[in-house]
Design a protein around this ligand. Structure first.
Ligand SMILES: [Zn+2]
Length: 862
């Protein structure tokens, strides 16, 4: 309780001036920015006139700038003095005399650099279909990188209007948040694009893209929706375009506010990032190609689902994030938790065969709980003070736990009531900034329920609740159970008892249901009408693990196939996690998994396959590794045989996804049939680039890469070098790090040192080696630290190298990671270090705990 109380006080007193936040004496009203990029020189020049509102007479104006050479400033036409604080990324303009309260005009001029990786203004190099070299420019400003483009008040609460103009080479297209209002030819045949003025918005949402691009558009009411790509592939945007059109109608209705801009472009960048796959710039959403373009000759059903969900996510941000924005980065989860939840909700409603809601029980919910059940967790809302901490805020807790607790709240309040609250929140705060409690206020008003009390217990403290269910009895047609709660932890039992207010639905299999709130540490007796196996957290909408006593668990296993899909998935996931955490014997999870038989839902098979892969990971490099791989192959070979290698007409997405998973797992586990198929397919690639059926393309390539001999690895390298499609090339580069042969891992690292691949591709390759051989990759990266940092985005630097070692089972690794962090990472920016160390510790503790149970299970035979 102390922890929660302290945090509440901290939140209530959120100061206007946390460390690194700008003074509010002077605020921007309108930026008129013009830039002239020189793509060949990887540099640009810029100038701006900012209309500012002086709220309190002052002689100094402080704003943000990073990596810019600011050369001149005037204030109301008179020269002003400049000083820059590099570490704070702040620019101070000192005026000849104090500015009076009211509107004034500030002008600045600067030069800046174009980056190789995605922050600020950055370049992506690729090869055109005719073999010529091409370079596309785009911007990426979230979180604090607009200041690398122009001096700005680069914090989300300094909303202003933007008028951007940019010079583009003759024949190239430029795109920004608003449509161009004029394009004129200037010196050297270059074109000057002037874009319309934006509504008030945060600086991190501004966008500029320039390149040899084409655009395809469709009209949705008064809004034009466009897809923009490099030349020759714009038709691959048809799927996203159709999805976006449907989604716009859905969101206009859901949020109760029409999309406020005249157009919404979706721009495909032919590159990649270690940090993000798409960005919700208002009216100009940027995507890396695989999350926007659908190439039917290579992409799979799961790629299509990913495009849909990413488009749905970024479009949800056009309202939740862009129209209403968090006041400061400590409430980032408001943006990301909500958009992540919405992408699942809308996918579920508009694509019912995907079973997206049930899938979330074992995907995003498990991802959140995995991180949240360790000492490295943190509250959803936490103080953010340094630039590095802003980057670290984009983690699994913000996204996946945020998604889970929003879903829990919608389920508790009811869909209609929840939407009514969201609509009034949008209406009240549009074009403004908010803190989380302002959302709770609207939802409480709409529902009459104590929203803030429940939600504070989930957002202001870290950790996963564990609801214990026991003494289940049925008498007089009523089932009663004793329910208590505590914290579920994978590393160590919590020192202080922790409690939540957990909304919990109880039900009997096929019978009645009852709603309750589990609160406090004392056991409660709950009742539900009817008799039969008791399911707690029916529908699995609440963010909690559930542990049954032995008798209640036996009954559930007996009635397993009569439960709804989400409850079957929830039972499997909880049993596996409780077994790994040492809360109950792993044999309970094996008993539940045994109920998954031919004919079970593909999502159940995915869950079981995930559990087998998890166990194999714990014991990689030990005598248990091979028996586990063999057991896995024996279990899943018949399932794969039944699915077949070829996609069947009309099959659902979960079926296609399961095929992909199983082909990959069997191949990685050394199944000779899959390995032979992989060799034969890849041999055909040299003459036929689309030889591998899309449905199994990725797992077949992975199988080939994992099992590669030196000669086969050389062949793969040749294919990667020759590939011109930037997306396909990235995937080949990633494959080069996967070989089981350690000598080939070393050769992959040697490649990272050369300029064979682009900066983002080098980051992909190094991370891929770490997935196979974390010790080698970490040691190499430490030795080559400067090189590695040179090809990383700034925001990923503090976590990338330490993260390479996170998969290691070598007892020496934690000390190596710690030593590296002590030497090179400031104490304030060690979130990634803590996560890596925790991952190692949790894996080791779980492996030690479950080894006897796994050995016994393997000895039993299947
Ligand atoms: Zn997002």
């Amino acid at each position: 309780m102390k922890r929660l109380a302290v945090l509440l006080a901290a939140i209530a007193a959120t100061p206007a001036l946390a460390q690194g936040q700008l003074p509010r004496d002077v605020v921007p009203v309108l930026y008129d920015i013009s830039v002239r990029p020189d793509a060949a020189a990887m540099a640009f020049s810029g100038a701006e006139t900012v209309t500012v509102e002086v709220r309190k007479a002052t002689r100094t104006i402080v704003l943000n700038a990073a990596d810019l050479d600011v050369t001149a400033a005037t204030f109301d036409g008179k020269p002003a003095r400049l000083s820059i604080d590099k570490a704070a990324q702040q620019l101070t303009v000192t005026l000849p005399r104090a500015a009076t309260v009211g509107r004034h005009s500030l002008t600045l001029q600067w030069t800046g650099k174009i980056n190789q990786s995605a922050s600020g203004l950055f370049a992506t190099d690729y090869v055109n279909q005719d073999g010529s070299a091409a370079r596309m420019l785009a911007t990426q400003f979230e979180a604090p990188d607009a200041r690398r483009f122009a001096p700005m008040w680069d914090e989300p609460s300094f909303k202003a209007r933007f008028k951007l103009s940019a010079e583009a080479p003759a024949g190239q297209m430029a795109v920004s948040n608003m449509p161009a209002v004029g394009v004129t030819t200037v010196a050297g045949g270059r074109q000057l694009y002037r874009f319309g003025e934006t509504p008030v918005m945060s600086s991190y949402l501004l966008f500029l893209g320039i390149g040899d691009l084409e655009r395809k558009a469709t009209q949705a009411g008064t809004v034009e929706i466009g897809v923009i790509s490099r030349k020759g592939v714009v038709d691959q945007g048809d799927y996203a375009l159709a999805a976006a059109k449907r989604l716009l109608t859905y969101y206009n209705d859901y949020f109760g506010q029409p999309y406020p801009l005249p157009k919404m472009d979706m721009i495909a960048g032919p590159g990649s990032s270690q940090f993000f796959s798409a960005m919700e710039n208002w009216g100009a959403i940027f995507y890396f190609e695989p999350t926007l373009l659908f190439d039917p000759t290579r992409a799979t059903e799961s790629d299509k689902q990913r495009i849909y969900t990413v488009v749905a996510h970024e479009m949800a941000h056009q309202w939740f994030g862009d129209l209403v924005t968090m006041r400061w980065w400590d409430d980032l989860w408001l943006n990301e938790g909500f958009a992540s939840w919405m992408e699942g909700k809308v996918s579920s409603e508009l694509n019912p065969t995907w079973n997206a809601e049930a899938a979330a029980v074992v995907s995003s919910r498990e991802a959140a709980m995995g991180q949240d059940a360790t000492a490295a967790t943190h509250p959803i809302i936490r103080p953010v003070q340094t630039v590095e901490q802003i980057g670290e805020a984009f983690d699994g807790i913000t996204y996946s736990k945020g998604e889970a607790v929003i879903g829990m709240l919608e389920s508790y309040l009811g869909e209609e009531t929840f939407r009514r609250g969201i609509r009034s929140y949008m209406a009240k705060h549009k074009y403004g900034n908010t803190v989380t409690d302002q959302l709770w206020e609207e939802l409480a008003a709409a529902s009459g329920k104590p929203v803030a009390n429940i939600m504070h217990s989930f957002t202001l403290q870290g950790g996963v609740p564990l609801v214990n269910v026991g003494n289940v009895r049925c008498a007089g047609g009523v089932t009663t159970a004793t329910v208590s709660q505590g914290r579920f932890g994978l590393d160590q039992p919590s020192k202080a008892p922790q409690t939540w207010q957990v909304p919990l639905v109880l039900g009997t299999v096929g019978g009645a249901r009852a709603d309750a709130i589990v609160s406090g540490a004392a056991p409660q007796t709950l009742t539900v009408r009817g008799c039969g196996a008791l399911v707690a957290n029916l529908g699995k909408q609440s963010y909690t693990r559930v542990m049954y006593d032995g008798a209640a668990h036996d009954t559930l296993v007996r009635d397993y196939t009569r439960m709804a899909l989400s409850d079957r998935l929830g039972l499997l996931a909880d049993d596996i996690a409780l077994g790994m955490g040492g809360y109950q014997d792993l044999s309970r999870a094996f008993a539940a998994m045994d109920k998954v038989r031919p004919g079970a839902d593909p999502l159940e098979w995915q869950t079981v396959a995930g559990a087998y892969a998890g166990m194999t990971g714990f014991f990689t490099g030990t005598p248990l590794e091979q028996p586990l791989r063999a057991r896995s192959n024996a279990r899943f070979a018949p399932v794969l045989a039944q699915l077949g290698y070829d996609a069947k007409p009309g099959e659902t997405a979960p079926v296609s996804n399961l095929r992909q998973t199983l082909v990959g797992r069997q191949g990685v586990n050394g199944d000779p049939d899959v390995a032979a198929r992989a060799r034969s397919y890849v041999a055909q690639l040299r003459t036929n680039p689309t030889a591998i059926p899309p449905a199994i393309r990725q797992p077949i390539l992975t199988t080939y890469a994992v099992n590669a001999t030196p000669a086969e690895w050389d062949a793969l390298l040749a294919i990667a070098r020759a590939e011109t499609n930037p997306v396909v090339k990235n995937s080949y580069v990633g494959l080069l790090g996967l070989a089981r042969d350690k000598a080939l891992n070393q050769r992959a690292l040697d490649l990272v040192k050369t300029d064979t691949f682009t900066a983002p591709q080098r980051a992909i390759l190094l991370r891929s080696v770490a997935g196979r051989n974390p010790d080698l990759a970490f040691d190499w990266a430490v030795t080559n630290r400067n090189l590695v940092n040179s090809f990383l985005e700034e925001s990923t630097r503090s976590g990338y190298i330490v993260g390479l070692g996170a998969g290691s089972n070598d007892p020496a690794m934690p000390a190596k990671i710690q030593a590296y962090a002590d030497k090179y990472i400031p104490a304030t920016d060690r979130g990634g270090t803590t996560r890596a160390l925790t991952q190692i510790a949790v894996r080791k503790a779980a492996a030690d705990r479950v080894r006897p149970a796994v050995e016994a299970w393997l000895a039993q035979g299947s």
